[in-house]
Each structure stands twice: as C-alpha cells, then as structure tokens.
Ligand binder design. Sequence first.
Ligand code: ASP
Length: 439
Amino acid sequence: MKVVKFGGSSMADAGQYRKVRDILMADPQRQVVIVSAAGKRFSGDHKITDLLYLCYAHIQYGVDCSGIFDMIAARYLDIRDDLGLDLPLEQELAQLKERINDKNISQEELVSRGEYFSAKLMAAYLGFQFVDAADWVKFKLDGTVDQDASYEALRSHVFMGYGAVIPGFYGVMPDGTIHTFSRGGSDITGALAAAALDAAVYENWTDVSGILMADPRIVDDPQAIPEVTYDELRELSYSGAQVLHEDSIFPVREKNIPVNIRNTNAPEAPGTMIQAEFAGDHDPDRFITGITGKKDFSIISMTKRGMSNQVGVLQKVLTVLVRHGISVDYVPNGIDNVSVVLPTWAIEKDLYTIMAEIQKEAQPDFLTVHHQIAVVAAVGRKMAFRPGISGKIFAALGESGVNIRMINQGPDELNIIFGVDNKDFQKAIRVLYNSFITK
Ligand code: ASP
C-alpha cells in the first residue's frame, strides 16, 4: 500500500483534481491520500491557507472579512461545480462564516479548514472514505505528536481495500481542540499516515519533478536528484534547499519507508527517491548530490596567542552565545584562532553587548566580525570515498574569482561548506553546478 500526499498546487482547481484522480487510478496501491488546502492556480493568485490567516487577522482587529471569506468559499464551490459533484458544502460554509463573525473560532481551527474542505471534495470526487485528521492526529500538551496514539487511531479508521482521503496540516490537542503544524505541515500528516500504516512508500506529489540539484532561481533548469539519502536531505534542507517539511522525515525514517517526490503535472517523471541508503551506484561519475546555500551570515573571529595550549577559551565564547540564546552554525578554527558562523539576524540586536562580553570573558588579542557572508554547501554521500573533490571545488571557485572566506566539513564528510561574500553567492552556486553537475 502506498500513502500519497498532494500539495496545494495539485489541489488548486478542478483540472488538478482530475490529474490527481488519473494518478491514483494508474496505481491501485495508492490507497491513502493526504491533501493540502487549495494553492495558487497562477502566479499572483492566493493560497487558501494565506487567505484564512488573513481572515483571522481581520476579525482580530474587528474588521469584516466577508469579502475574503467569500473568495475562499467560491474557490471550493467552483471546484465542486466544475467536477459536477453533488456535495452540499453551502451549509457548512455558512456555519463557518457565522462562527468567524461571532469570533467563535480559534485561529488554528480556522486555518485548518482549507485542508478540511479539500479533503471533503477529493473524497467525494474519488468515491473514497473521508477520514478527518481530527480523529487520529493527536498532539501532546507540549505540541509534539503522540505517535503511538495517533498510529493506533488511524489504523482503526482506515480499512484496507477502500481508499481514504485525509486532510493534512492539523490534528487535535488532548482537550479536542484543533492544533496545526507549522506551515507546510501536510507533509508531516502524510509521513505519519505512511508510518502508521507501514506503507511501502510515501509519495509526495508537488509541482516539480523531484528535488532539484540547485535552486532554479539561480541555475537555469537544474536537473532533479534521482536518489538522495535521508542524511543528505537533512544537510540540503539545513543549508537552504526547501523541499519537504523538515519534521516529515522523522516518522518515515524510523520505519525505513522510502519517500518519493513526484510531479502532478509530469507524472511520468520518476522524481526523487529518498531512503536510508541505496544499493549499487547508478551514476559513478556523479559525486555531488546537490548544491545549496543561504545568504546573510556573520562570522565572529578571534585570535589569541597561545590559545591552542589553553583550556576553555572556546567554551567562554560559546558561553556568551548560549547566554544570549544564540545557536551557532559552524565553528571553523585555526591554531590560535577560532570563528563562529551564525545567521546575522540572530546577533544583530545584541551584537555590541555580545562582542563586549566575548572580549571581557575570553580576552582575545583580536576580535572581529564580518557580515554579508553567504554559506554554500556541496552535499554528496559519495564525497567521503573520493579524494580530490574539495581540491576541484576550490580550483573552480578560484578560477572564477570567487574569494572563499571560510571552509568547513562535517566529520561524516557528507558535505563541504564554505563561506563567500553575499555578492558572490549566486556565482559560486553556478560555478559549482557547471563544474560538477552538467557533465
Ligand atoms: N496549507 C498549509 C500551508 O499552506 C499546509 C500545507 O500545505 O502543507 O502551509
């Protein structure tokens, strides 16, 4: 059995619903379907979830949100009519509107209704059972998912052999009130369903043919990654690639369920397969899996003569940062110097206090801070066995005149990370892509 999740763009209008049905009909193993709220139909259009948040913000300030609500209702009624479905949604929509006007609904419940109506419609269209997420996704008081209770509940609601459609993005707190995941959270609902039902695979259908090797806003028409391990994916998402909701990996990984990212608009493309490891090497010439990165980091560097022989200098620096609640991304070091690399937004507000405290407590000979740094990561599980890759990376960057401000490699050799000036960010990614991937 396969659990399949369709994102907002796959649910945007009746035409997309038809594509979803064709995809499901093409493989009878696709039995459990998780859906997002309707997304954008074209650039400049609105996502239903955004409109629902907006609606809630209006009523908070006592401003009427009927106009926005009617747009939302119309999107769903249009899909229903276009598909020729005989589903009486009007009454439920009217009740919802009344609760909004009476300020008798929480933000989380209101924004969850996008997924709810998507799932109602999709279930009616497919002739599948509607299984409400409120009946099985159970949160604990601390806001984390109670996996055992949720899995158990889902198993008692889904009957094998009958298809089921489940709204993503939300569940219930112990007192029964609706609680949502963070944005993009339908991915997590899908992963939980796949884990609960021991699915053979969790298919995540979106609008790109898999995870791309580089950001398409930077590199023209980048190739999709055919195979990526959970660990590589974590590196790629941490360093900037936006793929799946980060928390969606844990439930499937625990059960070793492969995830397949697919494109609703190009169902013939195999997409990206994500799993713990891959047997064999399908592409021995390819040793970088993906290239990603983020801008706007700062590097705090300090030099202290004899530091390598002193105990606790690094600890003093880190203690200052911990005191300010700042998490450090990388700590490259030399013999008598050490730097910490962190996102600029995290230190901006308290920068002068932080620098003064480091000066006082660690007493470096020199202390500097550089902003406008971009961090670029080349990620690849095969780099660990191959000498000379970092040499090639830095030669390619050097030839293109990109100055490298910092180098870091994780101990598992799954990535090579380097810092460049913000202004060289896009160039660095393009140079790497062109030297390593298009071959
Ligand atoms: N609709 C929600 C959002 O826009 C959840 C999701 O689509 O995954 O964030």
